[in-house]
Design a protein. Structure first.
Length: 264
């Protein structure tokens, strides 16, 4: 049986309405996608500040440059882990954590390596290098070496030029480890200078001017630091510092000049 004229008309109307609804939904979806795209690219999500913490020797400006996030970058396009890896390529940075701070910021937390010694070479020009307790060079240069609180000046060595990010020569590592042990001990009379002498023995000069005869760098560093700390604790009660302290044999430290203590 053929459909009536009215039925054909109704079918065509319904088909046109269906198509119209489909077109309308497509337009609405496209509009929503466009709006979302424009919203995500709006200035609301452009990184305009970095909150930086943990720096000591590095400056916020240096860290910002190392992070490599250009002005105008959308926060969606920042990969925090990639930024952290870039920061960790700097010799001073032992570790970095980066996270987004919605809607327009980044939080950067770094942990710097701390220098325990400044190596100073003989000859001209004078070369120097800041090193951490593992012997990694943090900074290096020529001319007057920097004065770093808590870091021992290590003199009487041959070497260099040193390269930041590279380890020092193996022969210097025992003396660097002695410097690290002295720094960690937080002595009441801290070490200032450490000189490598002929035969590989060390001599220290403390802040008071007292000389410390250390012996060979690679021998019993921890035990010698404990012996030196014990002697200095006793000398705090004396009106004058000792002229020298000999911890070559840490079980029997020897004092010379003013003061009193074990082995005198």
């Amino acid at each position: 049986m053929e459909p009536s004229g009215t039925s054909l008309w109704a079918l065509k109307v319904r088909e046109r309405r269906r198509r119209l609804r489909g077109a309308t939904l497509s337009l609405l979806a496209a509009a929503a996608v466009t709006a979302a795209y424009l919203f995500m690219r709006s200035p609301l999500f452009v990184v305009d500040h970095l909150r930086i913490s943990g720096f000591e020797r590095l400056t916020p400006e240096e860290i910002r440059d190392l992070a490599g996030v250009p002005t105008g970058t959308l926060i969606w396009r920042v990969a925090p882990e990639a930024v952290a890896r870039r920061l960790e390529t700097h010799p001073r940075i032992a570790g970095a954590v980066v996270r987004r701070a919605w809607p327009r910021g980044l939080v950067i937390e770094i942990r710097e390596r701390r220098p325990v010694a400044v190596l100073v070479s003989g000859g001209e020009p004078t070369r120097w290098a800041e090193v951490d307790g593992q012997g990694l060079v943090l900074a290096a240069g020529e001319g007057p070496p920097p004065e770093l609180p808590g870091a021992v000046r290590l003199e009487g060595i041959a070497g260099g030029p040193w390269q930041p990010g590279r380890p020092v020569e193996d022969g210097l590592l025992p003396a660097v480890r002695v410097a690290a042990a002295l720094k960690a001990a937080a002595l009441p009379d801290p070490a200032r200078d450490l000189r490598v002498q002929a035969g590989g023995t060390l001599r220290l000069r403390l802040a008071s001017g007292t000389e410390v005869r250390w012996g060979r760098a690679e021998e019993d560093a921890a035990e010698k630091v404990r012996a030196l700390a014990a002697v200095l604790a006793q000398l705090e009660r004396e009106p004058q510092p000792a002229r020298y302290i000999d911890v070559t044999h840490p079980q029997r430290p020897v004092l010379g000049g003013q003061g009193s203590g074990p082995g005198r």
